[in-house]
Design a protein around this ligand. Structure first.
Ligand code: HMG
Ligand code: MG
Length: 308
């Protein structure tokens, strides 16, 4: 496997916080994002312009966008489900958005209240208006490796929806294992099938860790040629419309894996672990990152050995 660069998309401030029981003030969400940038993350999904009645935790995404100082080489993106979301995103100064479809009809209805076909129709004006405004658009395909409502999902359906988003103008399509039921063999088969219909450079992996397979699946996708991965600091996350699913693969674990493979990420792991500790404290939760746990335990052992 070649050891060229990997791009990480930090989705903690969006996917990570959208389903948390505890509502965080805008100021805390902004501090989280700033700390992630300080740790070296360069592409961050910071909010969602969705209905606050559907996903209350993403309210305030406009304020967050306005608070973030533009920085060279840092991209702040946000989810938009329709033209209304795009308009709000543009008004707040957002320079990249992501549309989100699904490979399961049942999930599409539950998540965005329309069929897959209707969602793709809805995205057409979003893509054309974004293009006019000079805004890049990313795409997601949820339930790429299984659906919380209807179970197994046909690979052919994931390929069809991914190719449709790409042809519509999404510069990249992130394949979401929304409920984390995927395994490495299935992940490899999925990537190979999608890469037969669109460039592999336009595919990203988005793995949730419900069954503890996220790092293994990410590695399988890496070996299959994927070079962009979504992850969430401290393994925060979960979709409000996917009950039982846990967070995204932890960014700390991904960085540890990639650095171990000799692949640079530009991320400082120690600073990232501290950022995870910060947000866990704010939320009153424990980290889901095995790497963060190990680094913190090692720090404590070192402190115990240090004479005072
Ligand atoms: P709807 O009820 O069918 O929408 O919801 P509607 O067009 O009939 O409008 C109903 C109300 O919502 C109206 O307000 C609209 O103005 C408002 P009212 O007149 O009743 O006061 N509305 C909006 N408000 C703010 N922003 C908007 C917007 N659009 C309409 N953009 C809708 C359809 C798509 C809006 C709704 O279903 C929704 O917001 N869904 C969001 C679901 C969501 O965010 N899920 C989590 C993210 S997806 C995910 O986590 C998976 C991912 O991580 C990948 C993976 O893991 O697989 C990406
Ligand atoms: Mg997700």
């Amino acid at each position: 496997m070649s050891t060229d660069a990997v791009r990480l998309v930090e989705v903690g401030p969006r996917d990570g916080l959208q389903n948390e029981p505890c509502a965080l003030p805008v100021d805390t969400r902004v501090r989280l994002i700033e700390r992630l940038v300080a740790a070296g993350l360069r592409h961050l999904e910071v909010g969602a312009f969705v209905s606050p009645r559907w996903v209350p935790r993403m309210a305030g995404s406009d304020e967050i966008m306005r608070c973030l100082a533009p920085l060279p080489s840092v991209t702040y993106s946000a989810l938009v489900p329709n033209e209304k979301g795009l308009n709000s995103a543009l008004e707040s100064g957002c320079r990249e958005v992501a549309v989100f479809a699904a490979a399961s009809e049942a999930f599409s209805q539950r998540n965005i209240n329309c069929s897959i076909a209707e969602s793709l129709e809805r995205f057409e004006p979003v893509l054309s208006k974004a293009k006019e405004a000079g805004i890049a658009v990313r795409g997601y395909v949820s339930c790429s490796l299984g659906c919380p409502l209807s179970g197994d999902v046909e690979i052919a359906e994931v390929v069809r929806v991914s190719a449709a988003l790409y042809e519509m103008g999404c510069y990249e399509v992130s394949l979401g294992d929304t409920i984390g039921t995927g395994t490495p063999g299935k992940t490899k088969a999925l990537i190979e099938a999608c890469a037969s219909e669109m460039p592999i450079a336009a595919l990203a992996g988005h793995f949730h860790d419900t069954y503890g397979m996220a790092v293994a699946n990410l590695h399988a996708a890496l070996e299959a040629g994927v070079r962009v991965f979504d992850s969430s600091v401290s393994g925060l996350g979960g979709c409000p419309y996917s009950p039982g699913a846990t967070g995204n693969v932890a960014t700390e674990d991904v960085v540890y894996l990639l650095h171990g493979l000799g692949i640079q990420t530009g991320v400082n792991l120690d600073t990232l672990v501290d950022t995870g500790t910060f947000i866990d404290h704010e939320l009153g939760r424990r980290t889901a990152s095995r790497t963060a746990k190990a680094i913190k335990a090692r720090r404590e052992r070192t402190l115990e050995r240090t004479p005072t």
